[in-house]
Write a protein that binds this ligand. Structure first.
Ligand SMILES: NC(=O)c1ccc[n+]([C@@H]2O[C@H](COP(=O)([O-])OP(=O)(O)OC[C@H]3O[C@@H](n4cnc5c(N)ncnc54)[C@H](O)[C@@H]3O)[C@@H](O)[C@H]2O)c1
Length: 390
């Protein structure tokens, strides 16, 4: 291995620590600097990863050994560090969401585009993009095996301890400057765009804050995409603390010739689901076709299993082709190695720099998700449909 890419972290909180540790452990990178407005946090993390602490990220950006910057500040505080990093010509990883309002997003994109033209790689981090099941969904839709996307139900939720405790309690929490739409719905918008290749055209949404009071409890949005593809996107931040998982989500995508379904593992206490994605095809889909898709997914590095359902009983007697009850299952815990991901989100970003390739998730993806999320928030506050420009 040749020289290591010098990494600088801006924001030494939960995600900053996680990214710094990934960069310290990777062969291709070393953490050279950590910045946080809270000196103690900068110092603690810098000590752990052998880096120089800063309290001013602008000063950190003058350190020439910093080539790639991870912006891990709170949702509403991404703009200043991203623009400064772009102007300093650094490669940039931005935690989702890109921004919490369109003014910030537009200003950031101007600086990002200038930096990209000069060779910088910029990614916005949506961790759900790295689930092999979703890459399988995207491929199977694109390959035409399930027909046209018709409707989608996507729910992504956190336990109430995320807005209440994760960032120091309601008084200190920066959740009040963000929202569950910024924090979670951005994932669903990004995934729907990725899987279907369609852009949102109009939004009708609602929200309320009966429990949290300092930030909305939930957002429910009806989003119409190109070609009249209709999505219902729900996110809530008030799941009971007694639930097993801090975060969970499910997806049901109905296409004209198939159904794609995802359930996160252990989403329920009792069922203890192993989770993963399942793809159900039209009833006359042959076993050979399933094996063909399985093979194509394998070439992409995705493990898919053909699962056969036992014979169905009443009230399913109207379904006569009992030998065709089967699906493709993309198990969560299988040995996937999705090729174009380079293994994972961190490697994908680092290899985009080393190999001069566009990252799998682009800055424009982040911008598009922010645009729809802002329309959702606007619609919920005005109680009206909001149209998105072409
Ligand atoms: N916590 C999660 O589970 C999670 C998961 C995925 C993505 N994210 C995203 O990552 C980002 C960070 O979230 P977090 O949970 O790590 O927040 P956090 O509150 O734990 O950390 C943010 C850090 O940024 C620092 N900071 C604020 N302004 C700064 C500035 N101007 N310069 C330097 N440091 C500054 C804060 O002092 C704090 O230490 C958010 O955008 C969030 O949506 C969080």
């Amino acid at each position: 291995m040749g020289r290591k890419i010098g990494v600088g972290i801006i924001g030494a909180g939960i995600m900053g620590s996680s990214r710094a540790k990934a960069a310290k452990n990777a062969l291709e990178t070393e953490v050279v600097a950590v910045a946080d407005v809270v000196e103690e946090r900068a110092r603690n993390l810098a000590d752990q990863v052998g880096a120089i602490p800063y309290t001013d990220f602008r000063k950190m950006l003058r350190n020439e050994r910093v080539e790639a910057v991870f912006v891990t500040t709170p949702d509403h505080l991404h703009k200043e560090p991203v623009i400064a990093a772009a102007e300093a010509g650094k490669h940039i990883w931005i935690e989702k969401p890109l921004a919490t309002n369109m003014d910030d997003a537009k200003e950031m994109m101007k600086a990002i585009i200038r930096a990209q033209k000069a060779g910088a790689k910029v990614t916005v981090q949506f961790s759900t993009r790295w689930y092999p099941a979703y890459t399988a969904f995207e491929r199977v839709v694109k390959w035409g095996y399930v027909g046209e996307p018709i409707s989608l139900d996507f729910s992504i939720n956190d336990r109430i301890d995320v807005p209440l405790s994760m960032w120091g309690g309601p008084e200190k929490s920066w959740a009040k400057y963000s929202s569950v739409a910024d924090f979670l719905t951005c994932y669903s918008v990004d995934l729907v765009r990725c899987i279907t290749g369609l852009e949102a055209r109009k939004v009708y949404a609602r929200s309320a804050s009966k429990v949290l009071k300092f930030t909305p409890d939930f957002y429910q949005a009806l989003v119409t995409f190109e070609g009249d593809f209709c999505a219902y996107l729900e996110s809530n931040w008030i799941l009971a603390r007694s639930k097993l998982q801090l975060s969970e989500h499910y997806v049901l995508l109905s296409c004209s010739e198939g159904t794609l379904q995802y359930l996160s593992p252990s989403a329920t206490f009792v069922a203890q689901s192993v989770g993963g994605g399942e793809i159900f095809f039209k009833e006359d889909t042959s076993m050979e076709t399933l094996m063909e898709i399985q093979g194509k997914l394998r070439e992409e590095g995705i493990v898919a299993r053909i699962v056969l359902e036992p014979e169905r009983e009443y009230p399913y007697e109207i379904w006569t082709a009992k030998d065709q009850n089967r699906a493709l299952w993309i198990p969560t815990g299988a040995a996937h190695h999705v090729k174009h991901h380079h293994g994972n989100q961190f490697k994908n970003f680092i290899y985009s720099i080393l190999e001069n390739q566009e990252p799998y998730v682009t800055a424009l993806d982040g911008y598009k998700a922010t645009e729809v999320v802002c329309a959702i928030k606007e619609s919920a506050s005005r109680g009206e449909t909001v149209r998105l420009s072409l």
